[in-house]
Design a protein around this ligand. Structure first.
Ligand code: UAG
Ligand code: ATP
Ligand code: API
Ligand code: MG
Length: 486
Protein backbone atom coordinates (compact mmCIF):
# COMPACT_ATOMS: atom_id res chain seq x y z
CA UNK A 1 0.00 0.00 0.00
CA UNK A 2 1.06 3.60 -0.40
CA UNK A 3 1.68 6.07 2.36
CA UNK A 4 -1.26 8.14 1.09
CA UNK A 5 -3.66 5.19 1.31
CA UNK A 6 -2.43 4.32 4.78
CA UNK A 7 -2.56 7.82 6.25
CA UNK A 8 -6.08 8.36 4.88
CA UNK A 9 -7.95 11.52 5.76
CA UNK A 10 -6.62 11.67 9.35
CA UNK A 11 -3.39 13.56 8.64
CA UNK A 12 -2.33 15.98 5.92
CA UNK A 13 0.31 14.56 3.63
CA UNK A 14 2.22 16.54 0.97
CA UNK A 15 1.25 15.18 -2.47
CA UNK A 16 4.82 14.18 -3.32
CA UNK A 17 4.76 11.54 -0.55
CA UNK A 18 1.35 10.08 -1.23
CA UNK A 19 2.52 7.39 -3.68
CA UNK A 20 5.41 6.11 -1.58
CA UNK A 21 5.01 2.34 -1.20
CA UNK A 22 5.09 1.05 2.38
CA UNK A 23 6.27 -2.54 2.88
CA UNK A 24 5.40 -3.02 6.53
CA UNK A 25 4.77 -1.38 9.91
CA UNK A 26 6.80 -1.35 13.13
CA UNK A 27 6.57 0.54 16.42
CA UNK A 28 9.85 -0.96 17.61
CA UNK A 29 12.98 0.15 15.75
CA UNK A 30 14.43 -3.33 16.16
CA UNK A 31 11.64 -4.74 14.00
CA UNK A 32 12.02 -2.28 11.14
CA UNK A 33 12.84 -3.72 7.70
CA UNK A 34 13.57 -1.88 4.44
CA UNK A 35 10.52 0.05 3.22
CA UNK A 36 8.71 0.03 6.58
CA UNK A 37 6.84 2.85 8.26
CA UNK A 38 8.32 3.30 11.74
CA UNK A 39 5.95 4.65 14.40
CA UNK A 40 8.12 6.52 16.89
CA UNK A 41 5.86 6.67 19.92
CA UNK A 42 6.38 8.26 23.32
CA UNK A 43 6.13 5.54 25.97
CA UNK A 44 6.36 4.89 29.67
CA UNK A 45 10.07 4.09 29.78
CA UNK A 46 11.42 5.92 26.78
CA UNK A 47 10.47 7.80 23.62
CA UNK A 48 10.41 6.01 20.28
CA UNK A 49 11.71 9.28 18.75
CA UNK A 50 15.11 8.37 20.20
CA UNK A 51 15.22 5.34 17.91
CA UNK A 52 14.43 7.08 14.63
CA UNK A 53 18.10 7.07 13.59
CA UNK A 54 18.27 3.31 14.25
CA UNK A 55 15.05 2.77 12.27
CA UNK A 56 16.39 4.80 9.34
CA UNK A 57 19.57 2.79 9.40
CA UNK A 58 17.47 -0.36 9.07
CA UNK A 59 15.74 1.10 5.99
CA UNK A 60 12.62 2.82 7.32
CA UNK A 61 10.82 4.56 4.43
CA UNK A 62 8.60 6.82 6.54
CA UNK A 63 8.22 7.96 10.14
CA UNK A 64 5.03 8.53 12.11
CA UNK A 65 5.50 10.46 15.35
CA UNK A 66 3.95 12.88 17.81
CA UNK A 67 3.54 16.57 17.00
CA UNK A 68 6.59 18.42 18.23
CA UNK A 69 8.85 15.36 18.50
CA UNK A 70 12.56 16.08 18.11
CA UNK A 71 13.92 13.90 15.31
CA UNK A 72 17.23 13.65 13.48
CA UNK A 73 17.44 15.32 10.07
CA UNK A 74 16.02 12.97 7.40
CA UNK A 75 14.81 12.94 3.80
CA UNK A 76 12.11 10.32 4.40
CA UNK A 77 8.54 11.52 4.97
CA UNK A 78 7.73 12.36 8.59
CA UNK A 79 4.04 12.36 9.46
CA UNK A 80 3.16 13.95 12.78
CA UNK A 81 -0.10 13.74 14.70
CA UNK A 82 -1.49 14.83 18.05
CA UNK A 83 -2.49 11.21 18.73
CA UNK A 84 0.04 9.08 16.85
CA UNK A 85 -0.97 5.85 18.62
CA UNK A 86 -4.52 6.25 17.31
CA UNK A 87 -3.26 7.03 13.81
CA UNK A 88 -1.03 3.94 13.96
CA UNK A 89 -4.07 1.81 14.86
CA UNK A 90 -6.02 3.21 11.90
CA UNK A 91 -3.00 2.67 9.62
CA UNK A 92 -2.64 -0.92 10.84
CA UNK A 93 -6.32 -1.59 10.13
CA UNK A 94 -5.86 -0.30 6.57
CA UNK A 95 -2.57 -2.10 6.01
CA UNK A 96 -3.84 -5.54 7.03
CA UNK A 97 -7.28 -4.91 5.52
CA UNK A 98 -9.46 -7.82 6.53
CA UNK A 99 -11.28 -8.16 9.84
CA UNK A 100 -13.99 -10.62 10.93
CA UNK A 101 -17.36 -9.19 9.84
CA UNK A 102 -18.82 -9.03 13.36
CA UNK A 103 -16.55 -7.86 16.17
CA UNK A 104 -17.32 -6.94 19.77
CA UNK A 105 -15.08 -5.72 22.60
CA UNK A 106 -15.44 -6.39 26.32
CA UNK A 107 -14.03 -4.13 29.01
CA UNK A 108 -14.22 -3.98 32.81
CA UNK A 109 -11.88 -4.83 35.66
CA UNK A 110 -13.02 -8.43 36.04
CA UNK A 111 -14.88 -10.79 33.73
CA UNK A 112 -13.51 -9.84 30.29
CA UNK A 113 -11.95 -13.23 29.56
CA UNK A 114 -15.00 -15.06 30.86
CA UNK A 115 -17.40 -12.99 28.77
CA UNK A 116 -15.28 -13.23 25.61
CA UNK A 117 -15.05 -17.00 26.00
CA UNK A 118 -18.80 -17.31 26.55
CA UNK A 119 -19.71 -15.12 23.58
CA UNK A 120 -17.52 -17.29 21.39
CA UNK A 121 -19.30 -20.42 22.62
CA UNK A 122 -22.76 -18.89 22.23
CA UNK A 123 -21.98 -17.75 18.68
CA UNK A 124 -20.63 -21.21 17.86
CA UNK A 125 -23.87 -22.66 19.23
CA UNK A 126 -25.76 -20.45 16.77
CA UNK A 127 -23.69 -21.89 13.94
CA UNK A 128 -21.15 -19.11 13.41
CA UNK A 129 -17.39 -19.48 12.94
CA UNK A 130 -16.44 -17.68 16.13
CA UNK A 131 -13.23 -16.73 17.93
CA UNK A 132 -12.17 -14.88 21.07
CA UNK A 133 -8.98 -12.92 21.68
CA UNK A 134 -7.53 -11.90 25.02
CA UNK A 135 -5.69 -13.04 28.14
CA UNK A 136 -5.92 -16.74 27.32
CA UNK A 137 -4.89 -16.12 23.70
CA UNK A 138 -6.73 -16.37 20.40
CA UNK A 139 -9.24 -19.20 20.59
CA UNK A 140 -10.66 -20.31 17.24
CA UNK A 141 -12.72 -23.30 16.08
CA UNK A 142 -9.42 -25.03 15.29
CA UNK A 143 -7.18 -24.22 18.25
CA UNK A 144 -5.58 -21.75 20.63
CA UNK A 145 -2.63 -19.43 20.07
CA UNK A 146 -1.20 -17.74 23.17
CA UNK A 147 -0.55 -13.99 23.29
CA UNK A 148 1.81 -11.86 25.35
CA UNK A 149 -0.86 -9.26 26.08
CA UNK A 150 -4.58 -9.30 26.81
CA UNK A 151 -5.04 -6.62 24.14
CA UNK A 152 -2.18 -6.82 21.62
CA UNK A 153 -0.63 -3.72 20.06
CA UNK A 154 -2.36 -2.66 16.84
CA UNK A 155 0.23 -4.11 14.48
CA UNK A 156 0.03 -7.55 16.07
CA UNK A 157 -3.74 -7.23 16.53
CA UNK A 158 -4.51 -6.41 12.91
CA UNK A 159 -2.16 -9.15 11.70
CA UNK A 160 -4.25 -11.55 13.80
CA UNK A 161 -7.61 -10.13 12.71
CA UNK A 162 -6.70 -10.45 9.04
CA UNK A 163 -5.55 -14.05 9.55
CA UNK A 164 -8.79 -14.89 11.38
CA UNK A 165 -10.91 -13.38 8.61
CA UNK A 166 -8.91 -15.28 5.96
CA UNK A 167 -9.51 -18.49 7.94
CA UNK A 168 -13.27 -17.91 7.73
CA UNK A 169 -13.90 -16.53 11.22
CA UNK A 170 -16.91 -14.25 10.97
CA UNK A 171 -17.47 -13.43 14.66
CA UNK A 172 -14.83 -12.20 17.11
CA UNK A 173 -15.02 -11.16 20.77
CA UNK A 174 -11.96 -9.34 22.03
CA UNK A 175 -10.90 -8.12 25.45
CA UNK A 176 -10.19 -4.42 25.78
CA UNK A 177 -7.83 -3.89 28.72
CA UNK A 178 -7.47 -0.40 30.16
CA UNK A 179 -3.85 -0.33 28.95
CA UNK A 180 -5.09 -1.35 25.52
CA UNK A 181 -7.78 1.34 25.44
CA UNK A 182 -5.48 4.08 26.72
CA UNK A 183 -2.78 3.11 24.23
CA UNK A 184 -5.32 3.08 21.35
CA UNK A 185 -4.55 -0.56 20.58
CA UNK A 186 -8.11 -1.29 19.32
CA UNK A 187 -8.94 2.07 17.71
CA UNK A 188 -8.86 0.49 14.23
CA UNK A 189 -11.22 -2.40 15.04
CA UNK A 190 -14.68 -2.20 13.43
CA UNK A 191 -16.90 -2.78 16.43
CA UNK A 192 -20.56 -3.73 16.32
CA UNK A 193 -20.91 -3.72 20.10
CA UNK A 194 -19.03 -3.17 23.33
CA UNK A 195 -19.66 -4.59 26.79
CA UNK A 196 -18.89 -3.43 30.32
CA UNK A 197 -18.71 -5.85 33.23
CA UNK A 198 -17.68 -3.82 36.30
CA UNK A 199 -14.95 -1.59 37.68
CA UNK A 200 -12.92 -1.89 40.87
CA UNK A 201 -9.34 -1.32 41.90
CA UNK A 202 -6.58 -2.52 39.58
CA UNK A 203 -3.60 -1.19 37.63
CA UNK A 204 -3.08 1.85 39.83
CA UNK A 205 0.61 1.53 39.00
CA UNK A 206 -0.23 2.62 35.44
CA UNK A 207 -3.25 4.91 35.78
CA UNK A 208 -2.75 8.09 37.78
CA UNK A 209 -6.13 7.95 39.54
CA UNK A 210 -9.15 5.67 39.71
CA UNK A 211 -11.08 8.23 37.63
CA UNK A 212 -8.38 8.06 34.95
CA UNK A 213 -8.63 4.26 34.99
CA UNK A 214 -12.43 4.49 34.62
CA UNK A 215 -12.05 7.09 31.86
CA UNK A 216 -9.95 4.64 29.83
CA UNK A 217 -12.67 1.99 30.11
CA UNK A 218 -15.25 4.60 29.14
CA UNK A 219 -13.27 5.38 25.96
CA UNK A 220 -14.83 2.26 24.46
CA UNK A 221 -18.28 3.84 24.81
CA UNK A 222 -17.33 7.50 24.40
CA UNK A 223 -14.99 7.24 21.45
CA UNK A 224 -14.74 3.80 19.88
CA UNK A 225 -18.23 2.44 19.35
CA UNK A 226 -19.63 4.04 16.20
CA UNK A 227 -23.15 5.46 16.03
CA UNK A 228 -25.61 2.59 15.66
CA UNK A 229 -23.44 0.24 17.73
CA UNK A 230 -24.72 -1.39 20.89
CA UNK A 231 -23.46 -1.07 24.46
CA UNK A 232 -24.12 -4.08 26.70
CA UNK A 233 -23.85 -3.23 30.38
CA UNK A 234 -24.06 -5.30 33.56
CA UNK A 235 -25.94 -2.75 35.63
CA UNK A 236 -25.45 -4.83 38.79
CA UNK A 237 -21.70 -4.31 38.42
CA UNK A 238 -19.91 -1.35 40.00
CA UNK A 239 -19.88 1.53 37.52
CA UNK A 240 -22.52 -0.04 35.28
CA UNK A 241 -25.10 2.72 35.74
CA UNK A 242 -22.59 5.37 34.75
CA UNK A 243 -21.52 3.49 31.64
CA UNK A 244 -25.13 2.90 30.59
CA UNK A 245 -25.94 6.59 31.10
CA UNK A 246 -22.93 7.74 29.09
CA UNK A 247 -23.68 5.26 26.31
CA UNK A 248 -27.30 6.45 26.14
CA UNK A 249 -26.20 10.08 26.12
CA UNK A 250 -24.02 9.29 23.11
CA UNK A 251 -26.98 7.82 21.27
CA UNK A 252 -25.80 4.19 21.39
CA UNK A 253 -28.34 1.39 21.70
CA UNK A 254 -28.06 0.11 25.25
CA UNK A 255 -28.74 -3.42 26.47
CA UNK A 256 -28.72 -3.73 30.25
CA UNK A 257 -28.45 -7.07 32.03
CA UNK A 258 -28.52 -8.27 35.65
CA UNK A 259 -30.97 -8.10 38.53
CA UNK A 260 -31.44 -4.42 37.68
CA UNK A 261 -31.25 -5.10 33.95
CA UNK A 262 -33.99 -4.16 31.54
CA UNK A 263 -33.12 -6.41 28.58
CA UNK A 264 -32.12 -9.57 30.42
CA UNK A 265 -33.46 -9.22 33.95
CA UNK A 266 -32.21 -11.85 36.35
CA UNK A 267 -35.26 -12.73 38.44
CA UNK A 268 -33.65 -15.49 40.47
CA UNK A 269 -30.42 -17.42 40.74
CA UNK A 270 -30.37 -20.62 42.79
CA UNK A 271 -27.39 -22.85 43.46
CA UNK A 272 -27.80 -26.35 42.06
CA UNK A 273 -24.67 -28.35 42.90
CA UNK A 274 -21.71 -26.89 41.04
CA UNK A 275 -24.20 -25.14 38.75
CA UNK A 276 -27.00 -22.58 39.14
CA UNK A 277 -30.56 -22.23 37.89
CA UNK A 278 -31.28 -18.81 36.46
CA UNK A 279 -34.68 -17.33 35.72
CA UNK A 280 -34.27 -14.55 33.19
CA UNK A 281 -36.96 -12.22 31.91
CA UNK A 282 -36.77 -10.83 28.40
CA UNK A 283 -39.57 -8.77 26.84
CA UNK A 284 -42.10 -10.14 29.30
CA UNK A 285 -41.16 -13.79 28.77
CA UNK A 286 -39.46 -15.92 31.44
CA UNK A 287 -36.63 -18.27 30.54
CA UNK A 288 -35.27 -20.83 32.96
CA UNK A 289 -31.80 -22.17 32.31
CA UNK A 290 -29.29 -24.27 34.27
CA UNK A 291 -25.90 -22.56 33.98
CA UNK A 292 -23.21 -25.19 34.66
CA UNK A 293 -20.87 -22.72 36.40
CA UNK A 294 -20.23 -21.78 40.04
CA UNK A 295 -20.66 -18.26 41.44
CA UNK A 296 -23.05 -15.37 41.03
CA UNK A 297 -20.50 -13.40 39.06
CA UNK A 298 -20.34 -16.13 36.45
CA UNK A 299 -24.09 -15.68 35.98
CA UNK A 300 -23.51 -11.93 35.53
CA UNK A 301 -20.82 -12.63 32.93
CA UNK A 302 -23.06 -15.13 31.12
CA UNK A 303 -25.82 -12.52 30.84
CA UNK A 304 -23.37 -9.98 29.40
CA UNK A 305 -22.33 -12.61 26.84
CA UNK A 306 -25.97 -13.29 25.98
CA UNK A 307 -26.50 -9.54 25.64
CA UNK A 308 -23.65 -9.35 23.13
CA UNK A 309 -25.29 -12.12 21.09
CA UNK A 310 -28.54 -10.17 21.09
CA UNK A 311 -26.58 -7.06 20.06
CA UNK A 312 -25.18 -8.94 17.08
CA UNK A 313 -28.46 -10.27 15.73
CA UNK A 314 -29.21 -13.29 17.93
CA UNK A 315 -32.69 -14.05 19.30
CA UNK A 316 -33.24 -14.56 23.02
CA UNK A 317 -35.11 -17.84 22.36
CA UNK A 318 -32.05 -19.21 20.56
CA UNK A 319 -29.33 -17.73 22.76
CA UNK A 320 -30.55 -18.26 26.33
CA UNK A 321 -30.91 -22.08 26.10
CA UNK A 322 -27.28 -22.22 24.93
CA UNK A 323 -26.16 -20.96 28.36
CA UNK A 324 -26.79 -24.52 29.58
CA UNK A 325 -23.81 -25.75 27.55
CA UNK A 326 -21.29 -23.06 28.53
CA UNK A 327 -17.87 -24.20 29.66
CA UNK A 328 -16.08 -21.92 32.11
CA UNK A 329 -12.89 -20.25 30.95
CA UNK A 330 -9.88 -22.20 32.17
CA UNK A 331 -8.89 -21.21 35.71
CA UNK A 332 -12.05 -19.21 36.43
CA UNK A 333 -13.69 -20.87 39.47
CA UNK A 334 -12.51 -24.07 37.92
CA UNK A 335 -13.10 -27.27 39.94
CA UNK A 336 -9.58 -28.67 39.69
CA UNK A 337 -9.85 -31.68 41.98
CA UNK A 338 -11.28 -33.18 45.12
CA UNK A 339 -9.29 -34.10 48.21
CA UNK A 340 -9.65 -37.58 49.70
CA UNK A 341 -12.28 -36.45 52.20
CA UNK A 342 -14.35 -34.95 49.42
CA UNK A 343 -13.24 -31.31 49.84
CA UNK A 344 -13.40 -29.50 46.47
CA UNK A 345 -10.41 -27.50 45.22
CA UNK A 346 -11.07 -24.51 42.94
CA UNK A 347 -8.59 -22.58 40.85
CA UNK A 348 -9.46 -18.97 40.09
CA UNK A 349 -7.75 -16.00 38.47
CA UNK A 350 -8.78 -13.52 41.19
CA UNK A 351 -5.91 -11.04 41.34
CA UNK A 352 -7.77 -7.94 42.51
CA UNK A 353 -9.31 -7.28 45.95
CA UNK A 354 -12.84 -7.33 44.51
CA UNK A 355 -12.30 -10.55 42.56
CA UNK A 356 -10.77 -12.30 45.58
CA UNK A 357 -13.67 -11.25 47.80
CA UNK A 358 -16.23 -12.28 45.18
CA UNK A 359 -14.57 -15.64 44.51
CA UNK A 360 -14.52 -16.42 48.25
CA UNK A 361 -18.15 -15.29 48.59
CA UNK A 362 -19.09 -17.52 45.66
CA UNK A 363 -17.57 -20.56 47.38
CA UNK A 364 -18.95 -19.92 50.87
CA UNK A 365 -22.27 -21.69 50.16
CA UNK A 366 -20.31 -24.91 49.53
CA UNK A 367 -18.47 -24.74 52.87
CA UNK A 368 -19.64 -26.84 55.78
CA UNK A 369 -16.46 -26.49 57.77
CA UNK A 370 -13.62 -24.19 56.64
CA UNK A 371 -12.86 -22.11 53.54
CA UNK A 372 -9.12 -22.07 52.78
CA UNK A 373 -7.38 -19.75 50.34
CA UNK A 374 -3.88 -19.79 48.86
CA UNK A 375 -2.93 -16.59 47.03
CA UNK A 376 -0.21 -14.03 46.36
CA UNK A 377 0.27 -10.80 44.44
CA UNK A 378 2.32 -10.09 41.35
CA UNK A 379 5.44 -7.94 41.41
CA UNK A 380 5.85 -4.73 39.37
CA UNK A 381 2.09 -4.25 39.50
CA UNK A 382 -0.26 -2.07 41.56
CA UNK A 383 1.19 -2.33 45.10
CA UNK A 384 -1.96 -0.90 46.69
CA UNK A 385 -3.79 -4.14 45.86
CA UNK A 386 -1.61 -6.11 48.27
CA UNK A 387 -2.96 -5.06 51.70
CA UNK A 388 -6.49 -4.96 50.27
CA UNK A 389 -6.20 -8.55 49.03
CA UNK A 390 -4.68 -9.58 52.37
CA UNK A 391 -7.59 -8.00 54.23
CA UNK A 392 -10.17 -9.59 51.91
CA UNK A 393 -8.60 -13.02 52.37
CA UNK A 394 -8.68 -12.99 56.17
CA UNK A 395 -12.15 -11.46 56.22
CA UNK A 396 -13.71 -13.95 53.80
CA UNK A 397 -11.71 -17.16 54.37
CA UNK A 398 -11.15 -19.19 57.53
CA UNK A 399 -7.57 -20.10 56.64
CA UNK A 400 -5.43 -17.81 54.47
CA UNK A 401 -2.03 -18.84 53.13
CA UNK A 402 0.02 -16.12 51.48
CA UNK A 403 2.37 -17.35 48.80
CA UNK A 404 4.18 -16.12 45.70
CA UNK A 405 2.67 -15.04 42.40
CA UNK A 406 4.80 -13.71 39.51
CA UNK A 407 7.31 -11.64 41.53
CA UNK A 408 8.86 -10.22 38.35
CA UNK A 409 11.48 -7.62 39.32
CA UNK A 410 10.56 -7.47 43.02
CA UNK A 411 11.73 -9.34 46.12
CA UNK A 412 9.01 -11.99 46.74
CA UNK A 413 9.38 -11.85 50.54
CA UNK A 414 8.72 -8.09 50.45
CA UNK A 415 5.52 -8.62 48.41
CA UNK A 416 4.37 -11.19 50.94
CA UNK A 417 5.18 -8.79 53.81
CA UNK A 418 2.98 -6.12 52.20
CA UNK A 419 0.07 -8.57 51.95
CA UNK A 420 0.61 -9.97 55.45
CA UNK A 421 0.66 -6.48 56.97
CA UNK A 422 -3.12 -6.40 56.49
CA UNK A 423 -3.77 -10.11 56.95
CA UNK A 424 -3.48 -10.93 60.67
CA UNK A 425 -3.45 -14.67 61.29
CA UNK A 426 -2.55 -15.57 57.72
CA UNK A 427 0.18 -18.16 57.16
CA UNK A 428 3.17 -17.56 54.87
CA UNK A 429 4.60 -20.22 52.56
CA UNK A 430 6.65 -18.62 49.79
CA UNK A 431 6.97 -21.59 47.46
CA UNK A 432 3.64 -21.79 45.63
CA UNK A 433 3.72 -25.53 44.98
CA UNK A 434 4.50 -26.14 48.65
CA UNK A 435 1.72 -23.76 49.77
CA UNK A 436 -0.80 -25.62 47.59
CA UNK A 437 0.43 -29.00 48.84
CA UNK A 438 0.21 -27.93 52.48
CA UNK A 439 -3.27 -26.46 52.01
CA UNK A 440 -4.46 -29.69 50.38
CA UNK A 441 -2.93 -31.71 53.22
CA UNK A 442 -5.00 -29.64 55.66
CA UNK A 443 -8.31 -30.36 53.89
CA UNK A 444 -10.95 -32.26 55.83
CA UNK A 445 -14.54 -33.18 55.01
CA UNK A 446 -16.65 -30.04 54.66
CA UNK A 447 -13.70 -27.79 53.71
CA UNK A 448 -13.29 -25.95 50.42
CA UNK A 449 -9.97 -24.67 48.99
CA UNK A 450 -9.52 -21.73 46.65
CA UNK A 451 -6.17 -21.32 44.87
CA UNK A 452 -6.30 -17.77 43.54
CA UNK A 453 -4.34 -15.48 41.25
CA UNK A 454 -2.85 -17.53 38.44
CA UNK A 455 -5.86 -19.19 36.82
CA UNK A 456 -4.78 -20.44 33.39
CA UNK A 457 -1.14 -19.31 33.71
CA UNK A 458 1.56 -21.85 32.98
CA UNK A 459 4.58 -20.01 34.34
CA UNK A 460 5.91 -18.30 37.45
CA UNK A 461 7.82 -15.16 36.41
CA UNK A 462 10.76 -14.54 38.74
CA UNK A 463 12.98 -11.70 37.58
CA UNK A 464 12.82 -12.09 33.84
CA UNK A 465 12.81 -15.88 33.96
CA UNK A 466 9.55 -17.77 33.45
CA UNK A 467 9.66 -21.00 35.46
CA UNK A 468 7.10 -23.55 34.22
CA UNK A 469 4.36 -23.69 36.84
CA UNK A 470 0.65 -24.29 36.79
CA UNK A 471 -1.80 -24.31 39.69
CA UNK A 472 -3.61 -27.18 37.96
CA UNK A 473 -0.43 -29.26 37.91
CA UNK A 474 0.41 -28.31 41.50
CA UNK A 475 -3.05 -29.41 42.64
CA UNK A 476 -2.78 -32.67 40.68
CA UNK A 477 0.68 -33.36 42.10
CA UNK A 478 -0.50 -32.74 45.66
CA UNK A 479 -3.45 -35.05 45.10
CA UNK A 480 -1.03 -37.71 43.91
CA UNK A 481 -2.41 -37.60 40.36
CA UNK A 482 -0.42 -37.38 37.17
CA UNK A 483 -0.01 -33.77 36.02
CA UNK A 484 -2.63 -33.32 33.31
CA UNK A 485 -1.92 -29.82 32.18
CA UNK A 486 0.88 -27.35 31.90
C1 UAG B 1 2.93 -0.15 30.34
C2 UAG B 1 2.62 -0.67 28.98
O1 UAG B 1 1.52 -1.12 28.74
N1 UAG B 1 3.58 -0.61 28.08
C3 UAG B 1 3.36 -1.06 26.72
C4 UAG B 1 3.79 0.02 25.76
O2 UAG B 1 5.12 0.25 25.99
P1 UAG B 1 5.69 1.72 25.90
O3 UAG B 1 5.34 2.27 24.57
O4 UAG B 1 5.31 2.52 27.07
O5 UAG B 1 7.24 1.30 25.89
P2 UAG B 1 8.58 2.09 26.10
O6 UAG B 1 9.51 1.06 26.59
O7 UAG B 1 8.42 3.37 26.88
O8 UAG B 1 9.05 2.47 24.60
C5 UAG B 1 8.52 3.54 23.85
C6 UAG B 1 8.57 3.19 22.40
O9 UAG B 1 9.95 3.03 22.00
C7 UAG B 1 10.06 1.89 21.22
N2 UAG B 1 11.45 1.39 21.25
C8 UAG B 1 12.03 1.01 22.42
C9 UAG B 1 13.33 0.49 22.40
C10 UAG B 1 14.03 0.36 21.18
O10 UAG B 1 15.19 -0.07 21.09
N3 UAG B 1 13.39 0.77 20.06
C11 UAG B 1 12.13 1.26 20.05
O11 UAG B 1 11.62 1.58 18.99
C12 UAG B 1 9.05 0.93 21.81
O12 UAG B 1 8.69 -0.08 20.89
C13 UAG B 1 7.89 1.86 22.10
O13 UAG B 1 7.02 1.99 20.99
O14 UAG B 1 3.60 -0.40 24.42
C14 UAG B 1 4.34 -1.60 24.10
C15 UAG B 1 4.06 -1.94 22.65
O15 UAG B 1 2.68 -1.97 22.43
C16 UAG B 1 3.89 -2.75 25.00
O16 UAG B 1 4.63 -3.92 24.74
C17 UAG B 1 4.10 -2.35 26.45
O17 UAG B 1 3.55 -3.36 27.26
C18 UAG B 1 4.30 -3.75 28.40
C19 UAG B 1 5.43 -4.69 27.99
C20 UAG B 1 3.38 -4.41 29.42
O18 UAG B 1 3.80 -5.20 30.22
N4 UAG B 1 2.11 -4.11 29.41
C21 UAG B 1 1.14 -4.70 30.31
C22 UAG B 1 1.12 -4.00 31.66
C23 UAG B 1 -0.23 -4.60 29.64
O19 UAG B 1 -0.38 -3.98 28.60
N5 UAG B 1 -1.22 -5.21 30.27
C24 UAG B 1 -2.56 -5.12 29.76
C25 UAG B 1 -3.56 -5.41 30.85
C26 UAG B 1 -3.66 -6.81 31.37
C27 UAG B 1 -4.82 -6.94 32.35
O20 UAG B 1 -5.98 -6.82 31.96
O21 UAG B 1 -4.60 -7.14 33.54
C28 UAG B 1 -2.72 -6.04 28.53
O22 UAG B 1 -3.55 -5.70 27.67
O23 UAG B 1 -2.04 -7.08 28.49
N1 ATP C 1 -18.30 -10.22 36.92
C1 ATP C 1 -17.34 -10.35 37.82
N2 ATP C 1 -17.37 -9.66 38.99
C2 ATP C 1 -16.40 -9.79 39.91
N3 ATP C 1 -15.35 -10.62 39.78
C3 ATP C 1 -15.27 -11.33 38.65
C4 ATP C 1 -16.25 -11.24 37.61
N4 ATP C 1 -15.89 -12.05 36.60
C5 ATP C 1 -14.73 -12.61 36.97
N5 ATP C 1 -14.35 -12.20 38.20
C6 ATP C 1 -13.11 -12.53 38.93
O1 ATP C 1 -12.04 -12.05 38.14
C7 ATP C 1 -11.19 -13.12 37.77
C8 ATP C 1 -10.71 -12.93 36.37
O2 ATP C 1 -11.81 -13.16 35.50
P1 ATP C 1 -11.59 -12.92 33.96
O3 ATP C 1 -10.33 -13.54 33.57
O4 ATP C 1 -12.82 -13.30 33.24
O5 ATP C 1 -11.44 -11.33 33.99
P2 ATP C 1 -10.54 -10.35 33.12
O6 ATP C 1 -11.28 -9.05 33.18
O7 ATP C 1 -10.30 -10.91 31.79
O8 ATP C 1 -9.19 -10.26 33.92
P3 ATP C 1 -7.73 -9.78 33.32
O9 ATP C 1 -7.84 -8.30 33.17
O10 ATP C 1 -6.77 -10.13 34.37
O11 ATP C 1 -7.50 -10.51 32.07
C9 ATP C 1 -12.01 -14.37 37.95
O12 ATP C 1 -11.18 -15.46 38.15
C10 ATP C 1 -12.85 -14.01 39.13
O13 ATP C 1 -12.15 -14.16 40.32
N1 API D 1 -2.98 -9.24 33.44
C1 API D 1 -2.82 -9.09 34.86
C2 API D 1 -2.70 -10.43 35.41
C3 API D 1 -2.15 -10.58 36.80
C4 API D 1 -2.14 -11.98 37.27
C5 API D 1 -1.29 -12.30 38.44
N2 API D 1 -0.90 -13.65 38.32
C6 API D 1 -0.07 -11.38 38.54
O1 API D 1 0.95 -11.74 38.01
O2 API D 1 -0.16 -10.34 39.18
C7 API D 1 -1.66 -8.17 35.15
O3 API D 1 -0.65 -8.28 34.49
O4 API D 1 -1.81 -7.32 36.01
MG1 MG E 1 -8.66 -11.18 30.72
Amino acid sequence: MTLGELIGPEARLPARWADLPIAGLAADSRQVEPGYLFAALPGVNTDGARFVAAALERGAAAILTADGATLPQTDVPVVTDTDPRRLLALIAARFYGLQPATEVAVTGTNGKTSVASSVRQLWAGQGFQAASLGTVGVVTPTGTQTLRHTTPDPIELHTLLAALARDGVTHLALEASSHGLQQRRIDGVHLAAGAFTNISRDHMDYHATFEDYFAQKLRLFRALLPKGAVAVVDVDGEGGDRVAAEARARGLDVITVGRAGETFRLLSDEIDGFAQTLVIEHEGKRHEVRLPLVGGFQASNALVAAGLCLATGGQADDVLPLLADLKGARGRLDLAGTAKDGAPIFIDYAHTPDALAKALDALRPYVESRLLVVFGCGGDRDKGKRPQMGAAAVEKADVAIVTDDNSRGEEPAQIRREILAAAPGAAEIGDRGEAIAQAIAMLRRGDVLLVAGKGHETGQTVGTTVIPFSDHDAVSAALGNEAKFG
